[in-house]
Design a protein around this ligand. Structure first.
Ligand code: ADP
Ligand code: GLC
Length: 484
């Protein structure tokens, strides 16, 4: 079986969030199962310095009049063949692939990701010099949605799978942009790419894909209803027979407290007492008071509305009085950045804020914190709570999407039968969040039970194996049903 896996980012070449973690591990795990896989990514300017050796040119294409080169390399640290779509729209753009320095989407994003989509569609159906055509085209999120619409124009086409990592990002562009993209006019219809007088890239995947997946069973249910479906619930309900939720896995080598080179002191379930050294070291680095009589609460993530900061910021004083220490790592919305920074300035020694994208700091927080905060308003899967479980850092999450699917709330019953792995609250209110946090902090005082909870958390297996098998089974069933 041949698989083309197309995405806009993949760790370690370029990462802004969880999509990169998934695209950087799932295709490689599938390759290890014997599938002939190509990962397709844009050749962003920053990517070149992260390659072990210069890539080779394997094709020169002309896509909608634009000359494009396909460069071949391997995803660093793997044997996964990776094709990079090389065009100045990507290679001459450094930094965040979607946003400028002010956090505003690049004005030519429609042209840029249409080019990526056209490359995926061309490799899948066109005459290329590549001499390789996939049986399955698997696209991810809005950036590659149009690829699926385009291949469905062709008679000879691969099976198509589209994964929704986040429905909130739809790739919406105005009518004028749609015209400039030179797409078939009939795409401007409600049963195609048109969405309330705009062109929606994600609809390319949602309307046309043979199969739609999303990254947790919980989110698969939520998006078929309002408000989770964000206006697309009707379409998704129509397509429910072809929609499945497959929980993300995690890269258990990159995220392993026993081998993690970013952290001060490595540890595992048998040496959990050593975790405390990571807390001490982080407190020192970030100028927090060196104390072990209160829990350290960690947050790592995009500073976006999705992540539920609205539930945390209004009760920040109460949180610190629990008592607890707080550390935030993130970038994003300028308003949240400013609020967090001024709160940290008012509470030196108790609260630290790192407004940066910092891989090593993310690992250090996972290893150092006692409790990891993920009060998301919605969360398709969420990876940080899975990393937290593995690091014995108990996640405190809201009961939505993948968070509800992966964390078991510590109740007297679940603690007694050793199934509890964290703390869960329901309502999207600061009060509900604070009540759960109070519960967690009380529990933390009971060292013996806490230790038990940590062991249960660390024993969870969220490695890619199971999920990858589910994707493989989907490709096979789908291919089989097409043959018939
Ligand atoms: P999302 O994809 O919605 O951003 P996930 O929880 O799925 O959320 O994945 C986020 C990923 O991005 C995690 O690997 C997390 O560690 C990483 N991450 C987010 N913000 C930062 C940051 N400021 N510095 C380092 N890593 C970050
Ligand atoms: C998205 C979601 C996140 C998910 C990630 C990877 O960005 O917000 O919940 O874990 O994609 O699928």
């Amino acid at each position: 079986m041949k698989l083309l896996f197309a995405a806009s980012e993949a760790y370690p070449l370029l990462k802004t969030g969880g999509l990169a973690d998934v695209a950087g591990s799932l295709p490689e795990v599938i390759r290890q199962q014997g599938v002939d896989v190509r990962l397709l990514l844009p050749a962003y300017g920053d990517v070149f310095e992260r390659l072990a050796s210069p890539p080779t040119v394997v094709a020169e294409l002309v896509l909608a009049g634009e000359p494009v080169r396909i460069l071949e390399t391997h995803l660093p640290g793997t044997a996964l063949l990776t094709w990079l779509v090389d065009h100045p729209l990507f290679s001459q753009r450094l930094g965040n692939p979607y946003l400028d320095q002010q956090g505003i989407p690049w004005a030519d994003n429609a042209q840029r990701f249409m080019l990526l989509s056209r490359a995926a569609a061309h490799i899948s159906t066109g005459d290329t010099v590549l001499d390789w055509r996939p049986d399955v085209l698997h696209c991810n999120d809005w950036h590659t949605g149009p690829a699926i619409a385009l291949v469905h124009l062709e008679e000879q086409r691969p099976l198509t799978v589209f994964t929704i990592h986040n429905l909130a990002h739809m790739g919406l562009f105005d009518r004028e942009t749609f015209t400039q993209l030179q797409l078939p006019e009939h795409f401007w219809q409600d049963n195609a790419l048109e969405f309330y007088e705009q062109c929606s890239f994600i609809k390319g995947g949602l309307v046309y894909a043979d199969y739609i997946t999303t990254v947790s069973p919980g989110y698969a249910r939520e998006i078929c209803e309002s408000p989770g479906g964000m206006g697309l619930e009707g379409l998704l309900r129509q397509r429910q027979d072809c929609l499945v939720g497959i929980l993300n896995g995690i890269d258990v080598d990159t995220w392993n407290p026993a081998t993690d080179h970013y952290i001060e002191q490595r540890y595992d379930a048998a040496s959990l007492q050593d975790k405390a050294l990571n807390k001490k070291s982080l407190q020192q680095t970030l100028g927090l008071e060196q104390r072990d009589d209160r829990p350290l609460l960690g947050f790592v993530g995009r500073l976006a509305q999705q992540k539920g900061l609205e539930l945390v910021l209004p009760v920040l004083d109460q949180i610190l009085e629990l008592p607890a220490q707080l550390v935030f790592l993130g970038t994003g919305d300028a308003g949240y950045e400013q609020q967090l920074q001024s709160l940290a300035d008012i509470h030196p020694g108790c609260m630290a804020v790192v407004l940066a994208y910092n891989e090593s700091m993310a690992h250090r927080i996972e290893a150092a914190a006692d409790i990891f905060l993920m009060p998301s308003l919605f969360e398709p899967c969420g990876l940080n709570q899975l990393y937290s479980l593995r690091y014995g850092t108990l996640p405190l999450v809201r009961a939505v999407g993948g968070l509800a699917d992966t964390v078991v709330d510590a109740t007297p019953a679940s603690v007694a039968n050793a199934s509890a792995t964290g703390f869960v609250f329901r309502e999207p209110t600061a009060n509900d969040f604070l009540a759960a946090l109070q519960r967690a902090c009380q529990q933390w005082q009971n060292k013996e039970t806490w230790h038990e909870l940590q062991l249960s958390a660390m024993a969870q297996d969220f490695s890619w194996q199971q999920s990858a098998e589910r994707y493989l089974a989907l490709y096979r069933t789908a291919a089989e049903s097409r043959r018939q």
